[in-house]
Design a protein around this ligand. Structure first.
Ligand code: NAD
Length: 522
């Protein structure tokens, strides 16, 4: 099938609007560098979140298709492992170039399937592209270690690929998160089976097409589809050596536990409840702009969204300005000019978010800005929730204990920085946090005492660039942070060390008798 079968619409003429697609096509799967229509009997309907019009049907890959993806990857692995690192690097260069050339097309598929605004979707692609660009340094990243450990004896440590590995992705970053795995897993010499979110696989399908055009051999990247059934296959298939998961705690803790019990390496980035502490000495304009952008951007569906505001001292007086700024945001179809945020992913998600707002009201909090029932005129059928600000929130309330994952900011008051730190540290999640202050001493104390893994000082969404790693903490990462995505730990995750100790000694220096004691290297 032509590459354009990757998308529900003609990939070369992607629509930049939310109009109804007359004859939606089923999403194919990708195996041996070809797009293939699934033999599935079960499909998951994918609707444009702005209109709820059908965009495509995503197959629940059949057992035979899943098995075939593994066999294809197993078949590809020996030759791919043996491919020189310089050749793999050239493919990465080409891949990054193609992503740049197809940037708008990737972003358009994200806006159509996921709902975020086109500008935000371009950022989604860029943050993934940066990981692919960093993977171009793979020859340097794979340099091993060597030490002369005794006379005539040296030990070398090599990094070797694992074999067949898998990635399971969430819906909220359809390009960035597949790109946390595709470049690093393949550049290190593995063959990757990727399962995009069944709610928006289009960007991953375009990435597969670009990887093929960049020169990844058949079977080095295969894409399968589906929900829990496909995940269970990945967890239990012995040929799959490692799993990279990003998503909710519910799915991720299960995948981590069962995958680890099956002897696989599992890295799993999970849910979040990110706090912003705002100090009275902060630059008010910068702090409020940052909080509004990070709370409501992408309709709050970012794992690093600032969903919780901790107002220290008199900053609670700034709430009305915050609400004015949030109210001014343009909630609209993602292709509309000037849209600040789009819809949430599904009607179920909208319902869940609205119920959490209801619960806050029932538990005695104040709904300062209410986005329930909001509908932009042009898109009455979308999954809309307008920016919502809940104040007078107490830590026991459901809106505080649960990840809302929508355009909802919950606000708590404290009197001191220490109280803010205690409150934030008592929360079980630890993905990201931000502080807004002009005091270096305050920021330093906060940075040292706070337990979240990614700290922003006057920076609202401190997601590290790929020369660092994505470093969540506590319940936001499985396995206590034993493995991080991208950066040096990303290379470590996709490789295993092999050490080789060798002795090269001249004949006349060889000892006459066997030595039976443990060598001491003296
Ligand atoms: P999700 O857990 O529902 O889905 C993620 C993946 O797991 C999907 O591919 C899905 O098919 C699969 N899945 C879902 N339920 C499953 C189950 N019961 N058994 C097996 N597999 C299952 O997550 P989502 O709604 O797509 O994404 C949003 C979540 O992801 C939020 O909690 C967000 O905080 C988190 N997230 C975390 C990070 C991070 O780096 N920490 C980044 C992005 C998103």
């Amino acid at each position: 099938r032509p590459a354009s079968a990757a998308l529900a619409f003609d990939a070369d003429n992607y629509p930049m609007n939310h109009e109804k697609i007359e004859s939606p096509k089923d999403t194919p799967y990708f195996i041996d560098n070809k797009f293939v229509q699934s033999e599935a009997t079960q499909f998951i309907e994918l609707h444009d979140p702005s209109t709820n019009n059908l965009v495509t049907r995503v197959p629940q890959s059949t057992d035979a298709e899943l098995k075939a993806a593994v066999e294809s990857a197993q078949k590809a692995f020996p030759a791919w492992k043996a491919t020189s690192i310089m050749a793999r690097q050239q493919i990465m260069f080409k891949f990054t170039q193609l992503i740049r050339e197809n940037w708008d097309r990737l972003a358009a598929s994200i806006t159509l399937e996921q709902g975020k605004t086109f500008a935000d979707a371009k950022g989604d692609v860029l943050r993934g592209l940066q990981v692919a660009e960093a993977a171009c340094a793979i020859p340097q990243s794979m340099v091993g270690e060597v030490l002369e450990v005794a006379k005539d004896m040296e030990t070398r440590a090599y990094r070797e690929p694992l074999g067949v590995v898998a990635a399971i992705c969430p819906f909220n970053f359809p390009a960035m998160i597949p790109l946390w795995s595709i470049p690093i897993a393949t550049a290190t010499g593995n063959c990757l089976i990727l399962k995009p979110s069944e709610r928006d696989p289009g960007a991953a399908m375009i990435l597969a097409e670009l990887a093929q055009k960049a020169g990844l051999p058949d079977g080095v990247l295969n894409i399968v589809h589906g929900a829990a059934k496909t995940v269970d296959f990945i967890i239990d298939e012995p040929a799959i050596k490692a799993i990279s998961f990003v998503g909710s705690n519910r799915a991720g803790e299960y995948i981590f536990t069962r995958g680890s019990a099956n002897g696989k390496r599992v890295q799993a980035n999970l849910g979040a409840k990110n706090h912003a502490a705002i100090l009275p000495d902060a630059n008010k304009q910068h702090a409020l702009n940052s909080i509004v952008g990070a709370a409501f951007g992408a309709a709050g569906q970012r794992c690093m969204a600032l969903s919780t505001l901790v107002m220290v001292g008199e900053t609670k007086e700034w709430l009305s300005e915050l609400a004015e700024s949030a109210k001014a945001l343009n909630v609209n179809g993602g292709f509309e000019k000037g849209a600040d945020l789009g819809p949430v992913i599904s009607p179920q998600s909208k319902e869940r978010i609205e119920k959490l707002i209801d619960s806050a009201e029932e538990e005695g909090a104040t709904i300062l800005l209410d986005g329930r029932g909001f509908k932009p005129e042009k898109y009455p059928n979308g999954n809309w929730v307008g920016p919502t600000i809940i104040t007078n929130v107490k830590p026991h309330m459901k809106c505080y204990t649960e990840e809302i994952f929508g355009p909802v900011l919950v606000c708590l008051n404290v009197d001191t920085l220490d109280e803010a730190v205690d409150l934030i540290n008592a929360n079980e999640y630890g993905n990201g946090v931000a502080i807004f202050t002009k005091s270096g001493a305050t920021a330093t104390a906060f940075q040292k005492n706070i337990e979240a893994g990614q700290v922003g000082i006057n920076v609202p969404i401190p997601v590290p660039l790929p020369m660092f790693s994505f470093t969540g903490n506590k319940k936001s990462i499985a396995g206590g942070g034993a493995s991080y995505f991208y950066g040096k730990p990303g290379i470590q995750f996709y490789t295993q060390l092999k050490t080789v100790t060798s002795l090269w000694r001249s004949e006349d220096a060889i000892s006459k008798a066997a030595d039976v004691a443990m060598p001491t290297h003296s």
